[in-house]
Design a protein around this ligand. Structure first.
Ligand code: UDX
Ligand code: UDX
Length: 443
């Protein structure tokens, strides 16, 4: 099928490259001309495993990029909207989605053949049928359901594994305003094979599935953090062992299989969840609930607990120093999780803020995200180091926020330091015996 995709951020671009890999003819559209030029040279503007290989394989064949949205829509049968949907502090910001929608509608005015417009961006329930559909009708002068179709097809991509997640999906959710639109969407995913579970539904339910999925993951993390904090307060309890005991329950494992099911990887206490999805999606859903006069007490607590975790992480240092004034601290791992350069909502920033406000002397290091971190947190008081060695030289304490592989031996290296460096494991990713002054969330 001929498909156009509006927005070449991490969702739009991964979608474009993967749909080309599945045999579709894809045109990627972006307002940023430099991004478009780079894509047409098969250069990926983002760090995502396997993406550049796909670009090299398909650019110039089944995949091209342009800034000309009008031509892209007219030359294709289906358009996916994959522009950003940030949380503006109050509610979801639909400016980009509705801006793109208006332009798509203007293009559809010139087109007689049936075309399907599908929202891929994460949008709160009701957006597609209450905002996108009317905006398309207004700018095209045509009728949804008759002249064009409208759908909603959420993404479930985990950063760092997005290409793999797209090519080997766990599920495909197809939301449509009617059977005709949903059938066209179904065609897009035909090459993925019949074994992938598909769920056909209306657009609002499709939108809600995405929020339900991410809110549940965020809830599991905050649940684990709340219990970890209680364990610390009571003393003599290690949250890692508690959770191991919980995971061993038959509800978390299949009786005949070795190993733990993936859901347990969201039941780990730490310095808090970050990234471009969980914090913003939970906040957007809470705001949307309030608009509908529905109390969102549980998800509000999920966010509140998450906001407290960075402070609790820094509080572990206060067990060793009554005042952090002048204490030299290295913060390791600035991206929101390993294997990505994405620093959006990384707990590293509130941790550094708390350290600086307490008078600590802060160094920071990340194997790939130094530049991004410096841009997001430009405080000149932070010494952004180029190497791990530089970060570990002359420090009193080390705080691991994101456990990159490169940090594996950090506890061993600190074990021989004199005087003993304090090691704060913000992710409970290290052996607590490996270093004398070990501190961890939920210990
Ligand atoms: C975004 C949302 O954050 C996520 O919730 C949603 O599920 C998918 O879209 P991401 O791909 O990370 O995720 O967005 P972003 O990195 O902001 O990229 C958006 C791209 O769209 C940018 O390249 C931007 O230049 C482009 N864009 C934006 C347009 O082409 N047209 C516009 O009108 C606005
Ligand atoms: C997430 C979902 O995993 C994905 O399925 C969805 O489609 C988009 O949102 P992503 O944001 O890439 O993906 O990262 P994820 O691996 O979920 O991690 C999010 C954050 O939670 C990270 O900061 C991570 O460190 C933290 N986390 C994760 C915990 O604090 N504890 C855990 O047990 C798991």
């Amino acid at each position: 099928m001929k498909i156009s995709i509006i927005g070449t951020g991490y969702v739009g671009l991964v979608t474009g490259a993967c749909l080309a890999e599945k045999g579709h003819e894809v045109t990627c559209v972006d307002i940023n001309p430099e991004r478009v030029a780079a894509l047409n040279r098969a250069e990926s503007p983002i760090f995502e495993a396997g993406l550049e290989e796909l670009l090299r394989k398909h650019v110039g064949k089944g995949l091209s990029a342009t800034t000309d949205l009008n031509a892209a829509v007219l030359g294709t049968d289906l358009t996916l909207i994959a522009v950003g949907t940030p949380f503006n502090g109050k509610e979801i910001d639909l400016t980009f989605v509705l801006g793109a929608t208006k332009q798509i509608g203007a293009a559809l005015k010139q087109k007689n053949a049936y075309h399907v417009v599908v929202v891929k961006s994460t949008v709160v329930p009701g957006t597609t049928d209450q905002h996108v559909l009317p905006a398309l009708e207004a700018s095209s002068g045509r009728k949804a359901g008759k002249d064009f179709g409208v759908g909603m097809n959420p993404e479930f991509l985990s950063e760092g594994e997005a290409v793999n997640d797209f090519l080997f999906p766990d599920r495909i959710v197809l939301g449509g305003i009617d059977a005709r639109a949903t059938d066209v969407l179904e065609e897009v995913y035909k090459p993925f094979g019949p074994e992938v579970p598909r769920l056909r539904t209306n657009t609002r339910t499709a939108e809600m599935i995405k929020y339900a999925s991410n809110s549940l993951l965020a809830t599991l993390i905050s649940f684990s953090n709340e219990l970890a904090n209680l364990g610390s307060a009571l003393g003599g309890i290690d949250t890692v062992e508690v959770m191991r005991g919980v995971h061993l329950s038959m509800y978390f494992r299949s009786r005949n299989k070795e190993g733990l099911p993936p859901i347990t990887s969201f039941l780990k206490a730490g310095c808090g969840f970050g990234g471009s999805c969980l914090p913003k999606d939970v906040s957007a859903l809470i705001a949307h609930g309030h608009k509908a006069a529905t109390s969102m007490r549980m998800l509000e607590s999920v966010i509140r607990i998450n906001e407290e975790q960075p402070k609790r992480t820094v509080a572990l240092l206060r067990k060793h120093w009554a005042s952090l004034k002048g204490v030299r601290v290295a913060v390791l791992g600035l991206s929101f999780k390993p294997e990505t350069s994405d620093v959006r909502e990384s707990p590293a920033f509130p941790i550094m803020r708390e350290l600086l406000d307490s008078g600590a002397v802060v160094k920071a290091y990340d194997p790939v995200a130094k530049h991004e971190a410096q841009k997001a947190f430009p405080d000149v008081k932070v010494n952004y180091c180029d190497t791990l060695d530089a970060a570990l030289t002359e420090v009193d304490a080390v705080v691991v926020v994101t456990p990159w592989k490169e940090f594996k031996d950090v506890p061993a290296r600190l074990a021989s330091s004199q005087p003993k460096t304090v090691f704060v494991d913000g992710r409970r990713a290290y052996d607590k015996q490996a270093v004398a002054n070990y501190e961890g969330i939920g210990l």
